[in-house]
Design a protein around this ligand. Sequence first.
Ligand SMILES: [Zn+2]
Ligand SMILES: [Zn+2]
Length: 390
Amino acid sequence: MATEELKASVITEIETRRHQLSELSLKIHANPELGFQEFKAAGWLTEYLEESGFSVERGICELPTAFRAAYGRGKPAIALLAEYDALPEVGHACGHNLIATSAVGAGVAAKLAIDTFGGSILILGTPAEELYGGKAIMAERGAFDNIDMAMMVHPGVNNFVTTQALACQALDVEFFGKEAHAAAQPEAGINALEAMLQSFAAINSLRQHTKDTARIHGIITDGGKAANVIPAHSAGNFIVRAAEDSYLDELKEKVINCFIGAATASGARLEYRWGEARYAVMLNNLSLARLFRSNLQSLGRKVRLSDTGRNFGSTDMGNVSQLVPSIHPFVAIAPVKVLAHSPQFAQAAASADGTEGLLDAAKAMAMTVVDLLAQPETATRVTEEFRRAR
Ligand SMILES: [Zn+2]
Ligand SMILES: [Zn+2]
């Protein structure tokens, strides 16, 4: 079958499943689950994949809500990544229900290409993107070892195919001081809250001398118990981000020095712990991004190569992109003024535009699989670009 004919068939296949896919997406949306607790979502997705002819392994990488669904055998092995975790309070305000369902829709349609050309398609269920960097853990545990390329599509407010994602790591900090009556004997106390406030001031000074794209932000989670008791304990959570992995290392040291300085000045004892998962910088595979872009454009969307805004987040897809050629494009489901992680974005993720975004994302990914399998030279281009970039 010619490439164009096969692309038309995968589009028809996804259209045939329009209602099933949209129902699956809405069901996940209506039952938001936090990272590593996505049992319902993982259950529904794997059930659908099994019914559609995939062989499913649940709980891979010792993560109960991760999964791997495979169809076909041998090379190339193309992975489509499904995220399905929600956020506290605002539910599916990042639209991961659409990410999951578009990967599933694309995978089921891509079976047609596998039946024609061989190779294999894998849907990888990657939990806890928001809070714990599930893909970073899965990458360390070998989930991407035999994979040749990886794709996922994130909902957003613009259509574009390359993502600028910063490297980042979370940090927990505690100061331990000494209680005393704040009026009667202030000289006898050691103020752990003041140590935390001085740390914020030092970080704010540091900010003047960091690179433009660096980000340091934090909150105080314990600032004392009563105004008339000198706080003996304070605690905070921080995130440090940078556009290069090496600069993140440099910045992490400078940030810790801010806390050490405050500990010395206040006399409070410092304890800190870096988060387990470190999100890597996103390495966009342009050859793969261009293939995806022309497929998404053929569906009637205007698609930019990159975002025009200064839209810097971080994603654990960065860690995948360091191991295999990857893309993490965005498909518009809401007007530009709608902010990610807002209640308005959560509404969009369950709207008619949300469903159209999921279907277009699924179609464009399945069509890209057709390109990669029907014209092996395109797959070679993707792989060679990755080798040069590493
Ligand atoms: Zn998010
Ligand atoms: Zn997200």
